[in-house]
Design a protein around this ligand. Structure first.
Ligand code: KIV
Length: 264
């Protein structure tokens, strides 16, 4: 069987089927997530914090992303592979093209993810014109943590919410094929999901999006820090990682996760 395709992810949105996505950084977990029917494996630059013990995602390099992506590729056969472009690897379009090509050619990525609003329109246009699928990322942007002043919910004020909405529409027009919304109010997640044709995935953006993504180590409770409100330890009620991931997938597919209490 071949890998899940973007076409299938698009038709899942049309059919109202939710997409289950998790971050993953190595071959063993990639195989396990796939066995639990996770649709999309996100090789997130959260690996800087989760795997490398950095204070933010900023020190993560292209070499790190290629290395982890290749491992995830080897461990999986069917899931769709989405990969983060690390901090400053897409500062100008020409650099973004070279680095995205590397993630696809050497890492095996099927789609690359970039953090930011309308200023990325030209970059997204240039990438997608060259056949590189792009996932945009709006709301809380961890690569901009020093500018924002911390990891906090975005879009509570009307002005900021309107900006996030407008960015989403413009980035879809520029060619973005998917969108991740991080840490925004659920009503804004719903408004954007309804307005866009592309799949919109929530990471703390409420239950109304087309799918959900969590950091794997958070949803397995392998973390000493307090879980964000939108996450949940699925390993709490079972002693098997496979069962925990399967519970996550079925809760997402049935629209039971997240609840409004787990949203902003
Ligand atoms: O790097 C990551 O894990 C991410 C998710 C938080 C969406 O981008």
């Amino acid at each position: 069987m071949s890998r899940l395709t973007l076409t299938k992810l698009r038709s899942a949105k049309q059919r109202g089927e939710k997409v289950a996505m998790l971050t993953v950084y190595d071959a063993t977990f990639a195989g396990l997530l796939e066995a639990a029917n996770v649709d999309v494996l996100l090789v997130g630059d959260s690996l800087g914090m989760v795997i490398q013990g950095q204070e933010s995602t900023l020190p993560v390099t292209m070499d790190d992303m290629v290395y982890h992506c290749r491992n995830v590729l080897r461990g999986s056969r069917h899931a769709f592979i989405l990969v983060d472009m690390p901090f400053m690897s897409y500062a100008v379009p020409a650099q973004a093209i070279d680095n995205a090509a590397r993630l696809m050619r050497e890492g095996g990525a099927q789609m690359v993810k970039l953090e930011g609003g309308q200023m990325l329109s030209e970059t997204i246009l240039q990438l997608t014109m060259r056949g590189i699928p792009v996932c945009a990322h709006l709301g809380l942007l961890p690569q901009s943590v020093h500018r924002v002043g911390g990891y906090r919910v975005q879009g509570r004020e009307e002005r900021v919410a309107d900006q996030i909405y407008e960015d989403a529409v413009v980035l879809q027009q520029a060619g973005a094929d998917m969108l991740i919304l991080e840490c925004i109010p659920a009503h804004l997640g719903r408004k954007i999901t309804k307005a866009l044709e592309i799949p919109v995935i929530s990471c703390g953006a409420g239950p109304y999006c087309d799918g959900q993504v969590l950091v794997l180590y958070d949803m397995l409770g392998i973390s000493l820090s307090r879980l964000p409100r939108f996450s949940h330890n699925f390993l709490e009620k079972t002693d098997s990682i496979l069962n925990a991931v399967q519970s996550y997938v079925s809760a997402v597919k049935r629209g039971e996760f997240p609840t409004l209490e787990q949203s902003y």
